[in-house]
Design a protein around this ligand. Structure first.
Ligand SMILES: Nc1nc2c(ncn2[C@@H]2O[C@H](COP(=O)(O)OP(=O)(O)OP(=O)(O)O)[C@@H](O)[C@H]2O)c(=O)[nH]1
Ligand SMILES: [Zn+2]
Length: 298
């Protein structure tokens, strides 16, 4: 039996799994054992592969997953590139907070990109959006207003073996950004697919392409998200600045509602916590306790 190798599943193709190892892309089949265990490899999975005596490569083991998110699902996503549009659809902090909370819950880091700033004629309106975004910078998020700058910074941001994916509202500009970022990486992707496809026509639902030392998922990512599985009493901890402040609240389990000596409420009154963040926190609480998604997102 040949040696085992490890790699990352970069594409699913009609029952085959294409695995990127350190040196090449290997087309594999999954062993029947996965079906028995109801385990299904996903794009992004770190896996072990083995070659049998006939030279056929098999995917024999899925290594433990960090997460599995989106539709189509991508495993081991460590970072999301969140596309928020300035207009068409209009900039919305409610939506921004919704995505940030969701990814914080999923332990996925987020980099924010503002699209369609070029479509704003009114500079006062753009200034206002920039001012809002500077709050998000202060609480620790990286924010880009220029795709060229984002592209350049990705060299440092996207670390070895990391998997990134895109997210944002429908029409925000995810595919447009993806195509822009892909332009550099396209050549190697094309070479891989023609070598493996051997002329056969295949439809790929999701694929990872190499970007710097890591991967970016070649899918528009997700546009609507469901917060209802989040535990209500954990919600505040996914608002990064609330979590930071909560160590100074009188009560350990403070939910920052009507409790006495609440640091979050104090900072809110002093305008150090942005009012819309707190309002959105309350709205998400209501949504989770009622167990439903708001109408506008369905
Ligand atoms: N002017 C301008 N137009 C943009 C920009 N980004 C995207 N668009 C346009 O906005 C429209 C929607 O962009 P897409 O990239 O398809 O948006 P998406 O987020 O992939 O949308 P879904 O596939 O519905 O989730 C397209 O007509 C794009 O050409 C931008 O930065 N500036
Ligand atoms: Zn509190």
């Amino acid at each position: 039996m040949a040696e085992k190798e490890t790699g990352t599943v970069i594409a699913l193709n009609a029952g085959f799994y294409d695995v990127q190892t350190d040196s090449e892309v290997i087309r594999t089949r999954a062993r029947g054992v996965f079906r028995q265990n109801k385990q299904k490899p996903a794009v992004g999975d770190r896996v072990e592969i083995q070659v049998d005596e006939k030279g056929m490569s098999y995917l024999v083991k899925i290594l433990p997953r960090l997460n599995r998110i989106g539709r189509p699902a991508v495993a081991n996503v460590s970072h999301v590139l969140l596309v928020i549009s300035a207009v068409e659809p209009d900039f919305s902090v409610a939506l921004l907070d919704r995505f940030l909370t969701f990814f914080s819950w999923q332990r996925v880091k987020v980099t924010i990109y503002l699209s369609k700033a070029d479509l704003i004629a009114n500079t006062a309106q753009l200034k206002e959006i920039e001012q809002t975004l500077s709050y998000y910078r202060e609480i620790g998020y990286q924010v880009f207003l220029d795709k060229n700058e984002l592209d350049k910074s990705l060299t440092d941001l996207l670390e070895a073996d990391q998997i990134w994916t895109l997210a944002g509202q429908s029409g925000a500009g995810k595919s447009t950004l993806l195509n822009y970022l892909k332009a550099d990486a396209n050549q190697s992707t094309a070479a891989i697919s023609s070598a493996l496809n051997r002329g056969r026509h295949t439809t790929r639902v999701v694929q990872l392409f190499s970007l710097n030392k890591g991967f970016l998922a070649d899918t528009p990512g997700f546009s609507a998200i469901d917060l209802s599985p989040i535990k209500l009493t954990d919600l505040a901890s996914y608002f990064v600045e609330f979590k930071e402040a909560s160590q100074f609240c009188k009560f350990r389990s403070c939910q920052h509602l009507k409790e006495p000596k609440c640091e979050v409420k104090r900072l809110l009154e002093e305008k150090q916590i942005m009012a819309s963040r707190y309002e959105n926190y309350l709205a998400m609480r209501a949504e989770i306790s009622e167990g439903r998604m708001p109408e506008y997102l369905k």
